[in-house]
Structures are given as C-alpha cells and as structure tokens.
Design a protein around this ligand. Structure first.
Ligand code: PEP
Ligand code: MN
Length: 338
C-alpha cells in the first residue's frame, strides 16, 4: 500500500482479497502496510487489484515463503522492546542488538552475576535457558519455572528484556508469561505445532536455524510464525552440521547477506553455538557485525569452568567486556549502532 493509504483503503483491499476466496495478511511496517495474499493455489493476476485506491504496487511473489519475503515487504522489519534505562532494545533499523548471558540459568548468584556483568558491558538483552534441550537425558535440564522466576528478577534489577527458550507447546503459555522474547531452538526449528503456537503469541520470537536446515527450510519455518499473525520474528544463524568435527558447528556466515536479501526479518548470529570454543567467539562476533547482521547472541558465564552447560564456548565477563569494546569501535565503520 502507499505510504499514506488510509485504514479504509487497506480494509477495502483486504475485503477484495477475501471476495476472491483468498486470505489477506496485513504486515505492518514503519512507513507502509504490505498485504500478503495466501490461500491461492496458482498465480493471481495483479491487475485484479490495479484499480484499488491506496495500492502502491501489486507484485506476484515467486517464493514459496511469501510473508517473510522482501518481495512482499521491501522495507526491513524492526523488532523493538523497552530496554534498560529507558532506551529501546532493538534488532534492525540500524541497531545491532546484543543478547548475552549464560547458556542455562543455574542459580540466583550465577544469573545475577552474569546479568550485571553483561549489562555493565553494554548488552541490551539477557539470555538464559530455563528449559534446556540436552543431547543426553542425564545432563542438566534447566531449573524450569524456578529459572524463569530468576530471569524475571534479573530483568527487574537490570532493565534488560529476557530471551529464553520454549521447548514445547505445553509450556508456551508459561514461558510466555516471563519471557520478552521467546526462543525457538535449533532442534525445534521444524516443530510445526510449536511454530503455530508461538505464531499465535503477540510477543517477539527468535527462531534459530536447525542444525541441518537449508535456508529455504529456515524461511519456511519463519513463515509458519508470520502466517499466524506474529510479525515480530528474529532469525538466528547458529551454525550447521557439516563434515567438519573440529568445530562444534560450521557457522554459516554466508547465510547472512543471503538472508538479508531474501527476507525483511532481522537476522542475528550466535557465534557461541556456531563454533563451540570461546576463543573463536570474538572474531566471529566482529565478522557478524562487519556483515551488517542485526545483532548477536553470545553466551557469557561468570565462571565458565563450572558452567553446567556450554562452559567451553562461554566468555568470561572480562572477555565479553573486551569484545564489546571492539564492537563499539567497529560499529560506526559499518553504519550500525550498538
Ligand atoms: C541455546 O541457545 O542455548 C541453544 C540450545 O541453542 P541451539 O538451539 O542453537 O542449539
Ligand atoms: Mn548453550
């Protein structure tokens, strides 16, 4: 729709789409509303809409994922939350959003130490898993609701919105009561029931790329969320499984410029799971910034040697502070702000 299209004009186009037997999906933007059409089997003639008042352009979308594509919405989606000290915490629109914190919430002392440290270093979002998907059933599974309560406490103390994983449909409501951003993990990227449930939530979702998902499958998973009316989606590249075994995963940095061309959604990078080794995290973080990704998710633990999960890839607060200094120096060079 045009920049100044009225609500009536937008509604009239939606009504026209319904009249043709299809579904209109109104995608909000800062400048203009895009209306994606779904429910059609084959192509639709753009001329059917050519004379509707308020329309800027009717474009056939060639991609199987439609609502997340730049063809439907050329303008970047920006995800903004109220952040610490009254400043917004944001992904996209020139903001490089940084999520930091421990892999898992282990105790009040551990979480508060991590939260204070990452906040002091300049992170705007706090992460911490309360429900942990673990390869072994004998590994620490997370503190569950107790962990969510500790996250809420850390948010109250630091002002940082919290990002935490939701593992299944049964706990979407519970996790949604505490989280500011729902994280869908790599193992669940194609848990379609979970995608549908999170798509019905009206809070941002960070979707991680599955460990053997193609870009197309990744975008299709995001389409499930958006199709359900949730437009506040952040994509996270976290590495994929390849023949290489010396790194935990192969961080697919080449996916960043590609995703940014294909989709309007913000795209962030998780260098921690992407490599598995804290020594590689700073360089990969700077690479993500240089690629003009929309942010980072970094694991930070006050005492990585004693971490109950992902110690080897977790930065100490001191190393995270150094990383943040280098990112602050680099950001203006690529036209982003931390
Ligand atoms: C995590 O962020 O702690 C996590 C489990 O990540 P992933 O789903 O990418 O493995
Ligand atoms: Mn982890």
């Amino acid at each position: 729709m045009r920049n100044h299209a009225t609500a009536e004009e937008i509604e009239a186009v939606c009504a026209r789409i319904r009249e043709l037997g299809f579904t209109p999906n109104k995608i909000p933007g800062s400048m203009r509303v895009a209306i994606g059409i779904t429910g059609n089997e084959g192509p639709i003639d753009p001329d059917l809409f050519a004379r509707c008042p308020g329309i800027a352009e009717a474009v056939p979308v060639s991609r199987p994922w439609k609502l997340v594509s730049r063809e439907v919405k050329p303008e970047d989606t920006v995800v903004t939350l109220p952040g610490p000290e009254g400043a917004p915490a944001q992904f996209g629109g020139g903001a490089f959003g940084i999520i930091a914190g421990p892999c898992a919430v282990e105790s009040r002392e551990q979480l508060m130490a991590a939260a204070r440290a990452v906040r002091a270093a300049g992170a705007r979002f706090l992460r911490g898993g309360a429900f942990k998907p673990r390869t072994s059933p004998y590994s620490f599974q997370g503190l569950k609701e107790e962990g969510l309560k500790l996250l809420a406490e850390a948010r109250a103390q630091t002002g940082m919105p919290i990002v935490t994983e939701v593992m299944d449909t049964q706990t979407v409501e519970l996790v949604g009561r505490y989280a500011d951003v729902l994280q869908i993990g790599a193992r669940n990227m194609q848990n379609f029931a979970l995608l549908e449930a999170c798509g019905q939530m009206r809070k941002p979702v960070m979707l991680k790329r599955g460990m053997s998902a193609t870009i197309s499958e990744f975008l299709m998973a995001a389409e499930y969320l958006v199709k359900n009316g949730n437009y506040q989606i952040i994509l996270c590249e976290r590495g994929i499984r390849t023949f290489e075994t010396m790194t935990r995963n192969t961080l697919d940095l080449g996916s960043i410029p590609l995703l940014k061309r294909l989709t309007h959604l913000p795209v962030i990078v998780d260098p921690s799971h992407g490599t598995g080794d804290y020594r590689s995290v700073p360089a990969l973080s700077r690479a993500a910034l240089a690629l003009t990704a929309d942010g980072l998710m970094v694991e930070v633990h006050p005492d990585p040697a004693r971490a109950r999960s992902d110690g080897p890839q977790s930065l100490t607060p001191a190393n995270f502070g150094k990383l943040m200094d280098s990112l602050r120096a680099l950001a203006p060079v690529v036209g982003l702000r931390l």
